[in-house]
Ligand binder design. Structure first.
Ligand code: BG6
Length: 485
């Protein structure tokens, strides 16, 4: 982030919801602190509850302080508060959009803001199309004089068909260049750093392929369970909630070819090719190379069906059909209520072709592993074998480590700061393009369908605070490999 974004109004649909107080306002708060927000800026909250502006401001103050865990800096809050406005209404009522147009006119005049508007859809997905249509009908999506952009929260559809329908609904009122499909993983510094690591350094890329890489393991483990989101989660499950979006984004960044530039379309063109190259799953592959399970006690969570077969854990082996990756398995696993919170990508290299050290046969050496630690303990490490001091030719594995916290001394942000800033500056690089969303669904759809057809086999249950179900080990053992722990 280099300078302040364009002056604009941020309109948040769903302003009374959890996302606004948990992520969006704290992110705006941080952007003010870092000087990246323009002076000519206002936030307009839109939601159903009929409350006046003063009560909305008071509620937001209380909730953001709750999330920050400490009293808010008075001056900074004042800067937000004087720009924080609210209107209420029903999202399917044209009258709301007339009030919105009126409010936007008032605000841009009052705060001397250029006619740029960033609409944030922090609303349930079944309302995305409705709100987009109403914005278009009310003439609020037309870019005359200033820009109009829309940030859409996940989930983008429930499967390939519904994702296509949603994309078509959005496309009816908006240009693709106006649509910013957000994935908060792409806002994480460590995720963005994958591109810097691969393409700003000369020494890694030559080894980043099937000649040198044995396999890649990607882990997104959470300690938390469904945390009061049972109603949503029980319909989604880990495959839809984490794999189709966040994990596939990690996969594309690790596996993509170097783009010809860092312009949004060049980067996104390379990313989508990775998903198109994933070998499609048939029913046999799903049985053999995909694991699902839920944690003990999941079916007793509030708003979860007692007979639920929804997975809170899934793991799979993916193959990418490209010259770079042919024959290199990518193992993905993600779960809730795991032993610890832990997101990383481990690139395991092939072992040395033969061993000079007589005391250590080649099969006893450890392969080099490059680990991109996404969270917590953000950093990168590389392990390699070194000679143990002394007269004997003995080897031990040692690790070279880079830690963000130690080196840059910066607190990791929510990820929303970068994404809001990018949307305000018109940079779509870190947002999903329509075809990327559909390509992701194309990969997981056969798995979802196979699971749907299978209503009889028992769904494995894993103990909370564990590494997942036992079956997950088999996924790698079959290939003579083991998960990192
Ligand atoms: C969200 C999922 O997109 O990501 C949640 O819906 C999940 O289920 C969350 O807990 C994980 O995000 P993070 O940033 O904590 O890894």
């Amino acid at each position: 982030m280099s300078s302040a974004a364009d002056g604009c109004v941020l309109v948040i649909f769903g302003a009374s919801g959890d996302l606004t107080r948990r992520k969006l306002l704290p992110a705006v708060f941080n952007l003010i602190e870092s000087g990246h927000l323009p002076d000519r800026f206002a936030i307009l909250g839109v939601a159903r509850p009929v409350i006046d502006e003063a009560s909305f401001r008071a509620q937001m103050h209380e909730r953001v302080a709750e999330i920050e865990g400490e009293p808010l800096d008075t001056d900074k809050w004042k800067r937000i508060e004087e720009r924080l406005h609210y209107i209420s209404g029903e999202f399917n009522d044209p009258a709301l959009y007339a009030s919105l147009a009126q409010a936007l006119g008032d605000l841009t005049r009052r705060h001397s803001i250029p006619p740029n508007v960033l609409f944030y859809f922090a609303i349930p997905p079944d309302l995305f199309g409705t709100v987009a249509r109403h914005l278009a009908d009310a003439g609020l999506a037309v870019e005359t004089g200033g820009w109009r952009r829309v940030i859409v929260e996940k989930p983008f559809g429930y499967d390939l068909e519904s994702a296509r329908a949603l994309n078509a609904e959005l496309a009816a009122g908006l240009q693709e260049s106006q649509i910013y499909r957000i994935d908060h993983y792409l806002g994480k510094e460590t995720v963005q750093n994958i591109l810097a690591f691969r393409f700003a350094n000369g020494i890694f890329e030559p080894t980043w392929n099937r000649r040198y890489v044995d396999h890649v393991q990607m882990t997104v483990a959470e300690e938390a369970g469904v945390e009061g989101r049972g109603a949503y989660y029980d319909k989604a499950g880990a495959l839809r909630d984490m794999v189709q979006n966040h994990m596939f984004q990690l996969l594309t960044l690790v596996a993509m070819e170097p783009p010809i530039s860092f312009r949004a379309e060049d980067v996104r063109n390379e990313k989508v090719k990775v998903l198109h190259a994933v070998q499609p799953f048939d029913d046999g592959d799903v049985r053999q190379h995909v694991v699902r399970a839920h944690y003990g006690g999941y079916t007793k969570e509030p708003n979860v069906s007692p007979s639920s077969r929804t997975e809170t854990f899934t793991a799979m082996r993916l193959m990418i059909d490209s010259w770079r990756w042919a024959g290199v398995p990518f193992y993905l696993r993600t779960g809730k209520r795991m032993r610890r919170r832990w997101t990383e990508i481990a690139v395991q290299f092939k072992t040395a072709p033969y061993m000079l050290f007589r005391e250590t046969p080649v099969e006893c050496t450890n392969p080099n592993v490059l680990v991109l630690r996404i969270q917590p303990d953000e950093g990168i490490s590389l392990s390699f074998d070194a000679k143990v001091p002394g007269p004997l030719e003995r080897l031990a594995t040692v690790t070279m480590n880079f830690s963000y916290a130690e080196y840059f001394k910066e607190e990791p942000s929510t990820g929303y700061e970068t994404l809001l800033f990018d949307a305000m500056t018109g940079d779509q690089t870190l947002f999903h393009r329509m075809d990327i969303v559909e390509a992701g669904w194309q990969v997981v759809d056969p798995i979802l369908r196979a699971w749907q057809r299978d209503t009889i086999s028992a769904l494995p249950v894993y103990p909370p605070n564990s590494d997942g179900p036992v079956d997950v080990d088999r996924l790698l053992e079959r290939d003579g490999r083991r998960w990192r722990s």
